[in-house]
Design a protein around this ligand. Structure first.
Ligand code: ZN
Length: 127
């Protein structure tokens, strides 16, 4: 006799919010300017938008770091950035940055996950 398992309804996944078309806030502009990249990692677009700030240390110091994900307004892909900058010795700047590309599907999935976060570009958000 064959066992039959009850079919479970697949829970509906929340839709990602519509792609933002608004101007960047001052905080978002600051984050984009703190990135080492002036252009998307997947296409030549300069239209970058911070999606989430995971960590940041010393925003106004010579020794600065952040872990953030940026999304591209044109290809809707993006990249994860681990930024480590040490310019304490002003004659020699030490940058140790890492970038990892994220395709449009990954960015869309991340945006879906962030729908409940009130402040994804603040490292202080506790949600
Ligand atoms: Zn792009």
């Amino acid at each position: 006799m064959e066992k039959s398992f009850p079919q479970r309804a697949k829970p509906a996944r929340p839709e990602a919010p519509p792609w933002p078309t608004s101007e960047l806030t001052q905080e978002e502009k600051h984050l984009v300017s703190a990135s080492t990249r002036a252009r998307c990692l997947l296409c030549p677009s300069p239209r970058l938008r911070p999606l989430i700030l995971l960590a940041r240390d010393n925003p106004v110091s010579y020794v600065y770091s952040h872990d953030a994900i940026f999304a591209c307004d044109d290809c809707q892909g993006g990249y994860a950035e681990k930024r480590r900058r040490d310019s304490f010795d002003w004659e020699e700047v030490h940058d140790q940055d890492e970038h990892h590309p994220l395709d449009a599907a990954s960015i869309a999935q991340l945006r879906q996950c962030l729908t409940g976060c009130p402040s994804p570009t603040s490292e202080l958000c506790q949600c």
